[in-house]
Design a protein around this ligand. Structure first.
Ligand code: F6P
Length: 600
């Protein structure tokens, strides 16, 4: 390039920089002319505006953000969130099933000297919520269904738990036989349970069950109000037993943060439409500040149902529904388990567990052990495991004598016809397989229809070569996660239904369709012949996933969102965005509006 050419280039560069600077200056002054400050800012307004920006920023990075992955989630983290972000907040958990059941001796498992036995129920919900309630030193309100429950409470129907090392209060609610029949067995388990699970069991809706459901929800609302130490508790409502409770709480404690977690799937709106009280259920749930589901898919189904049956405003981008003057956030929070599991420290080494279980069930050394562990429920795909086993033995007869399937099935809802039928079918099919493929000293199927403690269950997981989680439909399924947690030796194969929420996270499992017996038998064969190296390669990332997404993160994410809502509510009151009172008006929408204005 000549000198003249180089000079010209520099002139052009400076000229273009000059034009750019001029353009920026003109654009700023144009913007100022278009948006002049109406009145000079006061110091108070600046503080409020800064606070609003902070809240919006906080709101935008929710608990599932990348930041959350950097946190080590533990009981300590939860305590810190409560202390820093929700000071003085009382945490109240409400569920149907209580975490500790006291029975008169011989009804349960662990015998105590005073004629009372203690039972920890086989419930994913209980095992997830228990460590959280301990960490928060909260109050847990639940139905007192044990035969010795009344004997073990104080004058206020409270008992301190866990027994021996109490850290929170269990408040028991008493129900009459009729109430329990109508609300729990009837509406919750013959109506909502089959409605929400795709398992092809017809839901049954009776007006008398609905009346009991409503009355029991009201009874629990009364108890929440009685247990609340002030107007602003954080109430964690659990599951399909309490769809009406959030609104009932909201009416009585308008300043409460109500977080409702729906532990089972939510059906699509066409299926949901068959429920005769569909609008009432949605209205009840929309009394919540936040509604959580295990998966985004079920959160979306819920939003679709609201869209179809209620006059509401849905902010899809913000995952918020406004109905009747208040707003509810609808989020996915995948539930998990305690990690590290306290329990593991108490258990024998894997080899010892194997030896003990092999002895207990009379298994020869060269026999592989596949296990299934759950409540005896038609959504779990237990019969489908039997089909798969039958298919495997037909196709690969060399496995006859070399594989035993152990089904641990905790008795559940046994008075309902659908469950009786399943019980009979399972036993009949197990006997048939044993007749067909069994021989002297060899039974291919062992059914143990008994309650097992968490320790016993973990011991079985550690002894197993394969764990079969083949739900026809499941919100999450914590058995899958527990099996992985139990295998600190990084061995064992997880077969996992594609229709369980856990399959969205545990990607290295052998993912199966329980309706496809041929495919399931193929997966069984793959599991039986998988090398220890491949087992380790699959187990390791699954353990990593659960380690990073333990139950403390599940609860912590909801508590962080609750803290944001509370700050936002407080801020709205300070900035006058809410008429004061009524504090019952939730102002999520007003924040959304302001954000939109700020961004436009
Ligand atoms: O799956 C949801 C859930 O609430 C589980 O937590 C629990 O295992 C089950 O349903 C309820 O069982 P039960 O009727 O025995 O309390």
């Amino acid at each position: 390039m000549t000198n003249y050419g180089a000079d010209l280039l520099w002139v052009l560069i400076f000229a273009s920089l000059g034009f750019s600077a001029l353009a920026v200056f003109l654009s700023i002054s144009r913007h100022r002319r278009r948006h002049p400050p109406a009145v000079p800012h006061t110091a108070g307004e600046d503080v409020a505006a800064e606070a609003a920006r902070k809240v919006i920023r906080e709101f935008e990075k929710n608990g599932q953000s990348a930041d959350a992955a950097l946190v080590t989630w533990s009981p300590e983290t939860l305590r810190k969130i409560l202390a820093d972000d929700l000071p003085d907040a009382q945490v109240i958990v409400v569920s149907n099933r209580e975490p500790y059941i006291h029975n008169v001796k011989d009804d349960g498992v662990e015998v105590k000297d005073d004629g009372v036995e203690l039972l920890v129920p086989a419930s994913g919900l209980v095992s997830a919520l228990e460590p959280i309630t301990r960490a928060c030193a909260g109050t847990w309100i639940a139905y007192g269904g044990g035969t010795a429950d009344r004997l073990t409470v104080d004058d206020h129907d409270r008992v301190q738990v866990p027994p021996g090392n109490p850290s929170y209060t269990l408040r028991r609610v008493w129900l009459t036989e009729e109430e329990h029949q109508g609300y729990y067995l009837g509406f919750a388990n013959e109506g909502l349970w089959p409605l929400c699970h795709i398992a092809f069991t017809r839901p049954i809706f009776r007006a008398s069950d609905w009346a009991a459901y409503e009355a029991v929800n009201r009874k629990f609302a009364d108890t929440v109000v009685a247990e609340a130490r002030n107007e602003r508790p954080i109430v964690l409502v659990q599951d399909y037993h309490f769809a009406l409770l959030p609104r009932m709480i909201r009416e009585r404690l308008p300043e409460a943060i109500v977080i409702t977690f729906w532990h089972i799937p939510w059906p699509n709106s066409e299926v949901y439409s068959i429920c005769p009280w569909r609008e009432r259920i949605l209205e009840g749930l929309l009394g919540s500040s936040i509604i959580g589901f295990h998966t985004q898919f079920h959160a979306n189904n819920f939003t679709e149902s609201v869209d179809r049956f209620l006059e509401s405003r849905i902010e899809r981008a913000d995952a918020a529904i406004s109905y009747g003057g208040r707003t509810t956030l609808v989020h996915a929070y995948p539930i998990s388990i305690e990690w590290p599991a306290d329990l593991l420290a108490k258990l024998p080494a894997v080899d010892d567990c194997r030896a003990r279980m092999r002895e207990r069930f009379g298994l020869k050394a060269d026999v592989k052990l596949a296990v299934g562990v759950e409540r005896l429920d038609y959504t779990k795909g237990i019969l489908d495991r039997f089909h798969a086993l039958n298919e495997l033995f037909k196709r690969q007869p060399e496995w006859i004598g070399k594989l035993v399937f152990l089904q641990i099935a905790a008795p559940s809802r046994g008075t309902l016809p659908a469950y009786k039928l399943l019980h009979d079918e399972c036993h009949r099919y197990a006997e048939e397989l044993n007749r067909r493929y069994g021989s002297e000293g060899y039974r291919p199927v062992i059914m143990v229809a008994e309650h097992h403690s968490q320790e016993q269950v973990y011991e079985i997981y550690r002894a197993a070569d394969i764990c079969m989680v083949t739900s026809l439909h499941d919100g999450m399924n914590l058995v899958a996660k527990e099996f992985v947690a139990a295998r600190d030796d990084e061995q064992g194969v997880l077969m996992l239904s594609t229709f369980a929420g856990a399959s969205r996270e545990l990607l290295e499992a052998l993912i199966v369709n329980p309706y496809d017996a041929a495919m399931m038998s193929g997966a069984l064969l793959q599991a039986l012949t998988m090398s220890p190296e491949e087992q380790r390669e699959r187990m390791r990332p699954m353990r990593e996933t659960i380690r990073n997404n333990n139950v403390y993160r599940w609860a912590g994410s909801m508590l962080l969102d609750a803290a944001r809502l509370r700050k936002r509510g407080d801020l709205d009151r300070v900035t006058g965005a809410v008429s004061d009172p009524p504090p019952s008006v939730d102002n999520v929408v007003s924040i959304f509006e302001r954000r939109r204005v700020a961004m436009s």
